[in-house]
Design a protein around this ligand. Structure first.
Ligand SMILES: Nc1ncnc2c1ncn2[C@@H]1O[C@H](COP(=O)(O)OP(=O)(O)OP(=O)(O)O)[C@@H](O)[C@H]1O
Length: 297
């Protein structure tokens, strides 16, 4: 089997006059956790459907471990897929669905599956129609993580999960990587991708803006700090990582911070700080900051 888990070659999808994906060329290497990051509507789900042969490209093609994505029967033996909107058979219980998926998929580690049911705190005895969005997502994630499929494709996998379950999700992704599985996950959350991925592709308005390693992405990650103080004005201009210092009022400052916060905090220590707020920018803001102001279309 080839070492390229997923390959997109000039992959393009047009819906009428809208180009949802424009000439994507991308290789995901076997064994890596690969993030596919982009704001809402960037074309992430469209790309995933093309990579999995579930939609037909306008031009270009995709491969799963060297198998043409259009050959869905063969390609899908190599992967487990969790869509963004998980639909389950409404009258079956979680346990029955997991049982069925284990029989039809590429092979399941049943002991690990039962462990995941506990860890994700899923009550498998209930019929699927009674499950919340998050619980439906859990069923699909448990089924996917428990398979021995060499590739897991997860579309916005944590959108319905609460923070505790997000932690379990991250643990499960790391275990998948330790077992040698390749994980491809789409997200619009920088923090999630930062926590689990080795590399990340950044998609913006249907265009691949960048493929970065995590350290490259961290350089993009800039927090906005607002501070009120009663003492002397802090000498922030000389602090590494501090930029865009703006006086917002009497004894009030705003600045952006990249990298470790310790030097900035040391400089603030003598200023008699009365309030400090740190805000993580949204992905859209990071993109605007990094890629310019036009909306990319
Ligand atoms: N079947 C379709 N028909 C027409 N337009 C579509 C169709 N599917 C997607 N689009 C459009 O293609 C663009 C990309 O959508 P897509 O769902 O792939 O984005 P996304 O990055 O997954 O967004 P989100 O994070 O909101 O799910 C959007 O402008 C969307 O409206």
């Amino acid at each position: 089997m080839t070492d390229i888990a997923l390959r997109a070659v000039h992959l393009t999808k047009r819906y009428g006059r809208l180009t949802a994906l424009d000439d994507l060329n991308l290789d995901v290497i076997r064994g890596e956790v690969f993030g596919f990051l982009g704001p809402n509507g960037a074309g992430k789900s469209t790309t995933i459907r093309l990579l999995l042969g579930l939609a037909r490209p306008s031009s270009g093609h995709a491969e799963v471990f060297g198998v043409a994505a259009a050959d869905v029967t063969r390609a899908h033996r190599l992967l487990a897929y969790v869509p963004a909107d998980v639909a389950l058979w409404p009258h079956m219980t979680g346990a029955e669905i997991l049982h069925l998926q284990a029989r039809t998929g590429p092979g399941t580690d049943l002991a690990y599956r039962d462990e995941l049911v506990d860890r994700f705190e899923l009550d498998p005895s209930k019929p699927a129609r009674t499950y919340s969005t998050g619980n439906r997502q859990k069923v699909a994630l448990i089924a996917a993580f428990a398979t021995r499929a060499p590739l897991l494709v997860l579309d916005e996998p944590t959108s319905g999960l609460d923070p505790l379950m997000e932690r379990e999700f991250r643990t499960a992704v790391r275990s998948a990587r330790d077992r040698g599985q390749t994980v491809f996950l789409s997200s619009h959350q920088l923090a999630e991708v930062e926590a689990v991925c080795d590399r990340v592709a950044i998609l913006r308005a249907g265009h691949l803006a960048d493929v970065a390693t995590m350290s490259g992405l961290r350089a993009l990650h800039r927090s906005e700090v607002t501070v009120s103080y009663t003492g002397p004005a802090p000498a922030l201009a000389v602090v590494p990582g501090v930029e865009a210092i703006t006086e917002t009022g009497e004894g009030q400052l705003r600045f952006t911070l990249t990298g470790p916060p310790a030097p900035a905090l040391r400089s603030l220590a003598a200023a008699g700080v009365t309030a400090l707020a740190v805000r993580e920018p949204s992905l859209e803001e990071v993109f605007l900051d990094y890629y310019g102001t036009e909306n990319g279309r």
